[in-house]
Design a protein around this ligand. Structure first.
Ligand SMILES: Nc1ncnc2c1ncn2[C@@H]1O[C@H](COP(=O)(O)OP(=O)(O)OP(=O)(O)O)[C@@H](O)[C@H]1O
Length: 501
């Protein structure tokens, strides 16, 4: 999974188990790694470290030139965006910020995606598919990185009266699609799209497994510029419509693309991508590039342009990572006790004085959620659980409370906080349904109750805090059996800014 000298240095017991060749090979990797570490600020480890390597390794040399480009593009004015889109960005998406600057992935994505096509090319009826991969660390503003070019392209086509627009029929149509994996993300992205499109004047709609049949069928009767959808309901709609409902769709964004292109979703996603007869722009967006995803993209879209932010696969330095050894005294492998003690410490800590402290606990299996919720509530720590078993309505209302700005403690009564011994905490126990894409700006602490299955899960779970320049902390609880050698060095590895593999 990871990659530092400390992580892969063998213990005496291991040393005796390994044969001589293995050990020499391992030593060579450490040496190579250490040399690179001394000469580069991006500490990328050997891909075989820990014997668990799922992410594509992005070489330092490939990251370096990007920094110079990002530095040059330090304002939205220096990027080719339509004024109506820039105004909606300033007046709506970033209205609360005094200084409005693009993040690295936004600068790179807008620069590369808005470069083409020149206006004259738009008069050709058949346009070659242009595909992109946008990859950047969690909380780095990837949503706007694909929305801003999408809005600009759609609007530009209207203003130039391009074939994509004058060819549009009187009947209903869908001009572009944003595919996301969950109903929560449909809601989150749609809110942002609708907010900005109020000014930009583009029509949008949402479709997920939670949409009623009436809502789904209603989509067939509308003229939609941007449809935000999950794959399965969209596919069902395509199948039960007698004409090709994606006849006029020329742009598709696949958000959380590594998950939408993995085994569980791949067939549905690919069928959707293959349905529009005149697809021009295809954007895959992700915070992680697993090797399998990388291979799929290379095979299916060999001409794809890869736009990769310099800090991909690193957990941002503003997030402090620590490990609690639950095998040690005084927990003696009692993980729940270690969790309670960790929460008591957070309650007493002086971070966010006078404010409610929001904490998210991730577990690997949804069956574990209710037990932990019961246990913590028994200790008068206000805790709620959130799994797929909750209705979308319940999930949305719980989510809203964790997403909106942190309330002051004096207002906490309004939030129905229990009057227990632990007054400052509001805890959410959940699984990976909440780990991807959800923008929890006011969550400062993430507790990993279980060791994540892979570096992919680790990056997404940890990424719910420390978003867009904010500080955060991640605490991993590990029992004796889970404390494998690479795990002991994980905190050092992450806090030094190593990219995970
Ligand atoms: N240029 C910017 N300046 C300041 N804040 C921004 C900027 N762009 C986006 N944001 C804010 O940063 C937060 C994170 O953005 P977003 O949800 O798009 O991140 P992400 O990269 O998609 O994360 P994840 O990988 O977890 O899905 C959002 O609240 C968004 O409004």
């Amino acid at each position: 999974m990871i990659l530092s000298k400390s992580v892969i240095a063998p213990s005496d017991a291991q040393r005796s188990r390994w044969n001589h060749d293995d050990f020499r090979r391992q030593k060579a990797v450490v040496k190579q790694f250490t040399e690179r570490q001394q000469s580069t600020p991006y500490l990328i480890g050997p891909p075989n470290a820990g014997g668990f390597s799922v992410l594509k390794n992005i070489e330092y040399e490939d990251r370096l030139p990007l920094n110079a480009t990002v530095a040059r593009l330090s304002s939205f004015e220096s990027l080719r965006l339509l004024p109506v889109v820039r105004n909606a960005l300033y007046g709506r998406a970033l209205r609360q910020l005094d200084e409005k600057r693009p993040s690295a992935i936004q600068a790179l994505a807008i620069q590369k995606m808005m470069r083409l096509p020149p206006p004259t090319n738009l008069h050709k009826m058949k346009v070659k598919l242009k595909s992109y991969l946008l990859a950047a660390e969690t909380g780095s503003g990837k949503t706007l990185a694909y929305l801003l070019p999408l809005f600009s392209m759609l609007k530009e086509e209207e203003l130039q009266n391009a074939p994509a627009v004058w060819h549009l029929p009187e009947r209903p149509y869908i001009r572009s699609i944003i595919l996301v994996p969950t109903a929560e993300l449909v809601q989150q992205v749609l809110v942002q799209v609708k907010d900005m499109c109020h000014d930009i004047k583009l029509a949008s709609a949402g479709l997920s497994q939670e949409s009623t049949r009436g809502v789904a069928d209603g989509i067939r009767k509308k003229q939609i510029d941007i449809l935000v959808a999950t794959p399965v309901p969209l596919l069902k709609l395509i199948h039960r419509t007698s004409w090709n409902i994606l006849e006029d769709c020329r742009k598709i964004v696949v958000d959380e693309a590594d998950s939408l292109m993995d085994r569980s979703f791949k067939d549905e996603t690919q069928e959707i991508l293959d349905t529009p007869p005149r697809l021009e722009t295809l954007v895959f967006c992700s915070a992680t590039i697993p090797k399998t995803f990388d291979r799929t993209l290379a095979q299916k879209y060999p001409d794809m342009e890869r736009i990769i932010a310099p800090h991909l696969h690193q957990i941002p330095r503003r997030i402090t990572f620590s490990t609690v050894d639950t095998a040690a005294k005084p927990f003696f492998n009692d993980k729940r006790k270690a969790l309670a003690e960790t929460l008591y410490n957070l309650d007493r800590s002086d971070t966010d004085p006078g404010k409610v402290k929001r904490i998210v606990i991730f577990v690997n299996h949804r069956e574990s959620v209710s037990g932990i919720v019961e246990y913590l509530n028994g200790l008068k720590i206000f805790t709620v659980g959130l799994t797929r078993d909750n209705s979308l309505e319940e999930r949305s209302s719980l989510m809203r409370e964790f997403i909106r700005p942190t309330p002051l403690l004096k207002d906490a009564k309004d939030l129905n906080l229990v009057t227990g011994s632990v007054k400052t905490l509001r805890v959410l126990v959940t699984t990976d349904i909440f780990s991807r894409g959800i923008d929890m700006q006011s969550v400062r602490t993430i507790i990993l109750y279980d060791v994540p299955f892979s570096s992919i899960d680790l990056i997404h779970r940890a990424g719910r805090t420390g978003r867009m320049g904010r500080r955060g902390r991640v605490i991993l609880l590990a029992t004796k059996s889970e404390l494998r050698p690479w795990l002991r060095g994980l905190a050092t590895t992450i806090n030094k800014g190593y990219a995970l593999v």
